[in-house]
Design a binder for this molecule. Structure first.
Ligand SMILES: Cc1cc2nc3c(=O)[nH]c(=O)nc-3n(C[C@H](O)[C@H](O)[C@H](O)COP(=O)(O)OP(=O)(O)OC[C@H]3O[C@@H](n4cnc5c(N)ncnc54)[C@H](O)[C@@H]3O)c2cc1C
Length: 448
């Protein structure tokens, strides 16, 4: 079996194959090819300037006991963190979900949001429609749509909500709350009347994060447990011949396979099929949002407003980032003493270009504009990673295209899985990706 990628998906597949061998079930030959120099993929962590950087803030929220059991064995010690999160808008913190906490907004915005919520609550026949725009407007009203939901979603997806589906909104991908929690008009009116915060966590809620080494330490540990002679790094698959079941690497060599578990982005995979031009054409049906992640290592301590915050959504259009993660609040060991770190995520696509000029400077200026840093704070290090694929945008026709493409690929022995291999945003976190690798192997076993 050939595995493409040493991110959570590829490592999940390799782990399952080794587990089967160790349980004397099946001894399958496997070989893993990874373009990068090390394991982890987008869930890797990098070291720079004495700080540890995740490629975007990574929160662990598992849906699978199998995954939990393994990561508890891999991580020497967890840090347990209260998941304080919200939006920063109109110069203030509004707890997540914003729709339940509109009492925190300036009076004109709060009133516009409440009127809109009242209108949709009173509507006799509501339809959620097919698009994200229809869904958000018909469930949350015009006020919340204009002031928060539209600008945030446009920045996050770098795509207009009218071109997207809304299937992902009701899933619980990264916490026990829905990705876009529902809004109960009476509950929100009560929150306003009593000026009461209604966050999606309580005093006892905690998320776990590795105390040492950042998110990537999990995946490095896992790769280290697998036989090194089966893992080939700094080698990229550039072309796939499905008739002869051969993958060509960048150096011109080829690897024969019976089955391929691939975690490269599905659009890249399709475009690399040398003998399936009709399938290769469908690559353009997938549109990723790219992400530039700017990490700043800063002297001193975070401002009081951010002291216990994990991450913030930033919907306002005049600021380049849509999310800020206070990474040093996840573990005291990702930043040196007397310093803190923040990650700024700036998303772009063919429809929404990156900001003009130097993106690191744009992030710094944005933080100054918000008052989170000023000239008295020393910037100890600047870290920047740019990914062409950061978020798998759920376009309106996503599920029908995926069904067609995945059926064709599987009939050719190719199992495309993971965040961009599977392209299902609501099932694209680390636990999902790992389990998709495991389950791809199970499916192959069942069929052989
Ligand atoms: C900004 C951001 C924030 C995130 N936040 C969270 C979060 O809060 N919680 C969470 O659980 N998850 C989060 N994730 C998702 C998490 O990173 C993914 O779930 C996980 O990395 C997906 O694993 P994967 O193996 O499918 O893909 P990847 O991690 O992308 O791994 C794929 C691997 O394949 C390799 N590859 C690609 N093409 C080729 C080729 N042609 N030949 C050889 N190798 C190739 C790549 O180099 C890569 O190493 C976030 C991701 C991003 C980008």
């Amino acid at each position: 079996m050939l595995i493409c990628g040493a991110g959570p998906t590829g490592l999940g597949a390799a782990w399952r194959l080794e587990e089967q061998k160790n349980q004397d079930q099946r001894d399958t030959e496997w070989h893993l090819v990874e373009a990068a120099g090390g394991a982890g993929g987008m869930a890797a962590s990098e070291h720079q300037g004495g700080f540890i950087w995740d490629i975007g803030g990574h929160v662990l929220f598992s849906h699978y006991d199998y995954f939990d059991k393994l990561i508890d064995e891999l991580v020497d010690e967890w840090n347990f963190v209260k998941p304080v999160r919200g939006a920063w808008m109109s110069d203030r913190f509004v707890p997540f979900p914003v729709q339940r906490n509109i009492h925190r907004l300036p009076a004109d915005q709060r009133d516009a949001c409440l009127v809109g919520l009242g209108e949709v609550a009173g509507a006799t026949a509501t339809t959620s429609g097919d698009t994200l725009k229809d869904y958000l407007q018909s469930n949350f009203g015009q006020g919340l749509y204009q002031h928060f939901l539209r600008p945030l979603n446009r920045k996050m997806w770098a795509t207009d909500p009218s071109n997207m589906n809304h299937v992902w909104t009701s899933a619980r991908s990264g916490s026990s709350a829905q990705n876009v929690p529902s809004a109960d008009y009476e509950r929100i009116k009560n929150n306003i009347a009593s000026n009461k915060d209604d966050p999606a966590w309580d005093e006892d809620t905690r998320i776990k994060y590795p105390l040492n080494g950042g998110t990537g330490s999990i995946w490095k540990q896992l790769a280290d447990k697998l036989p090194s002679e089966r893992q080939q790094y700094s080698s990229k698959i550039v072309s796939i011949d499905t008739t002869n079941k051969a993958a060509e690497l960048q150096d011109g060599s080829t690897i024969q396979y019976q089955n391929l578990v691939s975690s490269m982005p599905i659009d890249t995979l399709l475009a690399s099929l040398s003998d399936k031009p009709d399938l290769a054409k469908l690559a353009t049906e997938f549109q990723p949002a790219g992400v530039d992640i700017v990490g700043l290592g800063l002297s001193g301590a975070p401002p009081a407003a951010l002291q216990d915050v994990c991450f913030l959504y930033v919907p306002e259009e005049d600021l380049p980032f849509w999310r800020l993660t206070l990474l040093s609040n996840y573990s005291p060991h990702v930043a040196p003493q007397n310093s803190w770190s923040i990650l700024c995520e700036i998303n772009s696509s063919k429809d929404r270009p990156k900001p003009d000029g130097d993106i690191v400077s744009a992030a710094i200026e944005g933080l100054k504009k918000l008052g989170f840093i000023d000239d008295s704070i020393e910037i100890l290090t600047k870290w920047h990673r740019s990914l062409t694929h950061g978020y798998p945008v759920p376009l309106v026709n996503r599920d029908s295209v995926l069904e067609l493409v995945q059926t064709e690929l599987e009939s050719a022995g190719i199992y495309s899985r993971g965040r961009f291999g599977g392209w299902i945003y609501e099932e694209s976190n680390q636990d999902h990706a790992f389990m998709q690798g495991v389950e791809a192997v199970n499916t192959i076993f069942e069929q052989s």
